[in-house]
Design a protein around this ligand. Structure first.
Ligand SMILES: [Zn+2]
Length: 398
């Protein structure tokens, strides 16, 4: 077993510094010593423990840092305790993807999650100066199940905020947003970004993104949104429209956000098609019924409805990959709707990326997204670690 222990602290306590803090213990362990593989993040080789007395001895703070082979930080668990009882914890998870550092933080107070933070940081040249761009989304759970959000895009040059865009919103459980506000350091940033329909939801996980984007897609395709959307596991496709239940089904575990925008608009277009078909059918039946049941279709809708209805009649019932399926008007039309929405999403993404010097791959959240998914498992493991308090007890033994 490889052991690499370097004890640094604890011969006699030092006095408190001006912030009321002093070091109690510090240690670094090679991972094989701990022999607790299940609770340790993947690729973790070293664990650092630091215990600090804070508020002039009223509280203690333990910091457990998980590092990889090259001593890069993977995760950090910060726990504040008063009278030996944990009152506040922050679980921070770090991932690096080339120049981008991605951090998720979970703030826990008295055993309750009070805030989730997701942020991405990257260095780049801002007008010839070395700077940092930060994207951050804070999500605070509210008692009624909705959540308050605060989103920030900012450029920092030597700690100073040189430009920013900030949004706030409340997101309900069903994915709608209200109380939206937007603020920016200058009017041109506001002008560039305020009409981006995806601005408030860009930093969501794919699951939340799909749910909230369904409202935009439905609106764009001219159908009612809300209760007709489900995010479910699908086999062989990313989305479908189920005419029997009038529902749009998508699978947010597949593809990236551009694919999701495409899929949502494609499927809501199908919903519009079948809405129009059923309306023209009812309007024909209504000739023999009471006038109050009359379905009103304007001439444009009527023309479209007829085309869709005819296409539906010749829609192949099986073989959804065949040429007849692909060339059917319903599919051609839905694909076009998806493509238009996709290029619109791309347009706004690129505009935001340009405004803040964000790398393309990040604004489309392709790589980061996959990382979040992997991280979510690790955060769950960290919580278990926190419960059994292994590193903290360990520090006390020093
Ligand atoms: Zn289709």
């Amino acid at each position: 077993m490889a052991i690499n222990v370097s004890k640094i602290a604890t011969e006699g306590l030092k006095p408190f510094n001006k912030y009321g803090c002093r070091l109690l213990a510090k240690d670094s362990q090679h991972i094989s010593v701990l022999n607790a593989t299940k609770i340790i993040p993947k690729n973790c080789t070293y664990v650092d423990f630091v215990k600090v007395e804070t508020e002039f001895g009223k509280s203690t703070t333990s910091i457990v840092t998980f590092k990889d082979n090259s001593r890069e930080v993977l995760e950090r668990l910060i726990t504040k305790a008063v009278d030996g009882r944990d009152v506040e914890s922050i679980i921070k998870t770090y991932t690096t993807d080339n120049d981008v550092v991605f951090i998720t933080s979970k703030f826990i107070k008295d055993g309750k999650a009070i805030l989730d933070r997701e942020e991405a940081l990257f260095r780049h040249d801002i007008n010839g100066k070395k700077g940092l761009t930060r994207m951050k989304l804070d999500m605070k759970p509210l008692p009624d199940g909705s959540r308050a959000e605060n989103q920030v895009y900012e450029e920092l040059i030597s700690q100073a905020r040189t430009k920013y865009l900030e949004t706030t919103a409340v997101r309900t459980k069903d994915g709608t947003l209200y109380n939206k506000t937007i603020n920016a350091s200058n009017p041109s940033i506001l002008e560039n970004c305020e009409n981006d329909p995806y601005l408030y939801i860009r930093n969501y996980t794919k699951k939340d993104f799909a749910q909230s984007a369904s409202y935009y897609a439905a609106k764009k395709q001219g159908v009612d949104a809300g209760k007709d959307f489900s995010d479910v596991k699908l086999d062989g496709c990313m989305g479908l429209y189920q005419n029997r239940t009038k529902r749009v089904l998508v699978d947010s575990t597949q593809g990236n956000k551009i694919d999701m925008v495409n899929t949502l608009n494609h499927e809501y277009r199908h919903k519009l098609q079948f809405d129009l078909i059923s309306r023209i059918q009812r309007s024909l039946l209504n000739i023999f019924r009471k006038p109050e049941y009359k379905v009103i279709l304007n001439s444009k809708e009527k023309a479209l409805a007829k085309k869709y209805w005819f296409a539906e009649m010749i829609y192949p019932s099986t073989n959804s990959t065949g040429r007849r399926y692909k060339n059917n008007l319903l599919e051609v039309d839905a694909r076009a709707a998806g493509d238009i929405a996709k290029s619109e999403y791309r347009f706004w993404s690129e505009r935001l990326a340009k405004t803040f010097g964000i790398p393309q791959k990040m604004v489309h959240n392709v790589t980061i997204e996959d990382q979040i998914r992997e991280l979510t498992d690790r955060v769950a493991r960290m919580r278990r670690l926190h419960i059994i308090e292994l590193p903290i007890n360990y520090t006390e033994k020093l």
